[in-house]
Write a protein that binds this ligand. Structure first.
Ligand code: SLL
Length: 154
């Protein structure tokens, strides 16, 4: 568990959500009438990069209106897909590979279902796919030697 002094390693990733309105005239099986949207919330590499060499698993905490609102995703894709009617803040807890010897880190993402727009009435007509995502970089500050090797080999 010796740390590599004076070294910082950055790793980029994307976290966010994609939401699609449910077509009321063509409702997918199993989606109830109150559920207006299908959505996914995710953590992933940039340009499809596999980030599982540093990210072990992700816990997604959904709104308490969801059954089993805490979802642990143990392998890629680190993603939860659901249907629903409302927006809320999703808590994302990033767990690193054991070699990292690092504590989990928490992020928040505002699930977005609706387009930005001037009037609420008009929004009913606007059936758009909404992507809301952020680019982020995790900084491993003075990583332990074994993890430094993992980060830099490849
Ligand atoms: C709101 N404060 O009122 C927010 C809460 C919660 C959304 C939104 C549950 C779906 C289901 C669902 O969509 N919750 O499990 O039936 O807008």
């Amino acid at each position: 568990t010796k740390r590599v002094k004076g070294v910082q390693v950055y790793r980029p990733f994307i976290y966010g959500s994609i939401a699609k309105p449910v077509d009321p005239d063509n409702r997918p099986a199993g989606i109830t009438a109150e559920h207006t949207h299908l959505w996914s919330v995710y953590v992933r590499g940039v340009d499809g990069e596999d980030i599982s060499y540093w990210l072990k698993k992700v816990q997604f905490k959904l709104h308490e209106t969801y059954a089993n609102s805490s979802r642990m995703i143990e392998s890629p894709p680190f993603e939860v897909t659901e249907s629903g009617w409302g927006e809320f803040e999703v808590q994302l807890k990033l767990y690193f590979v054991p070699e990292a010897n690092e504590k989990a880190q928490t992020l928040w993402h505002a699930l977005k279902l609706h387009p930005y727009g001037p009037d609420a009435e008009g929004q009913k007509e606007r059936r758009e796919t909404i992507v809301s995502q952020n680019y982020e970089e995790i900084i491993f500050n003075e990583p332990v030697e074994g993890f430094y090797d993992i980060l830099t080999s490849g």
